[in-house]
Design a protein around this ligand. Sequence first.
Ligand code: NAP
Length: 300
Amino acid sequence: MIVITGADGFVGRHIVARLAAEGERPRAMVRGPERARRVLPANGVELAQGDTTRPETLDAALDGAETVIHCAFVVANRKQGPGVSYYATNVRGTKNLVAAAKRAGVRRIVVMGGLGTKPSRRDAYLQGRYEADEAIRQSGLAWSIIAPSVQFGPGSPFIVGLADLIRSMPVVPMIGSGGRTFQPIWVEDVVTCTLKMAREPDRYDGRTIEVGGPEIITYAHLLDLLMRTMRVKKLKLPGPVPFARIGAGMMELALPRPPITRAAIGLFTFDNVTDRDAVERNFGFQPMSLRDYLAQHGVA
Ligand SMILES: NC(=O)c1ccc[n+]([C@@H]2O[C@H](COP(=O)([O-])OP(=O)(O)OC[C@H]3O[C@@H](n4cnc5c(N)ncnc54)[C@H](OP(=O)(O)O)[C@@H]3O)[C@@H](O)[C@H]2O)c1
């Protein structure tokens, strides 16, 4: 039996839906059942309540599980505040989950990580993600980590966030010159890779695998592509990273759900790309192109 943590988040809900459609009976671990009931399939999914920062909630959620797919993270586009801490969830929560998984006799954990995760003194968010990955590697469980670039698909926080920015601003602010590159990958392709990692231990256990889609695109070109898709034409305004950080800090102070956070800006300070053929080489199929996806589905 497979337990998915963060099951009602963007990536988690796609994993749960695929498993349910394949006739598995996944257990979706969520913090509260309300959103889960809205976004997860009504049939063929078992709901369990669990919060990785509250170890006492994890034993029942993991009881009888063979594999855990771990998607419960506070991502960089959420601001920290009361009850929302990158370190508490991403590092301590992951360690709590590992301990509970061992108590429950779980055999394998597959982690939904991120491309570019590396030790970083300057950026607490990335350092925490690195420590979480290390906790998995040292866990004693069979493990693998998938590290995708930004993902697109229905409800994608990255694409929907940029589309909102384009709609709401008279000119579209850029972080830096807009020259940083991304390799957007379709969430359904990430699900396919993740489930292969969960089901083919001989091939994938003990590996951290970076994945991206077939196109490498700069931030500025991505904005142009989204604007063309939305049939909107606006000027793009370059903004030096230190100014962007100050702006994000002010938005974090003023808004409950700021469009950008200081942690997210940290992810714009390096190129978020891997080999173009990473999916084909590691998983044996051709991933969906962002251009084709947008032509068919728009930015929703
Ligand atoms: N979205 C992308 O483009 C993208 C790209 C590359 C990698 N990833 C990686 O994919 C993973 C999932 O990201 P996502 O986009 O799906 O984020 P998301 O939509 O914010 O989902 C995160 C999930 O984790 C849950 N969660 C947070 N803290 C928790 C805790 N203490 N205990 C239990 N559950 C908790 C959230 O529930 P609450 O709402 O209750 O907090 C939510 O269900 C992350 O590791 C992210 O870095 C995402």
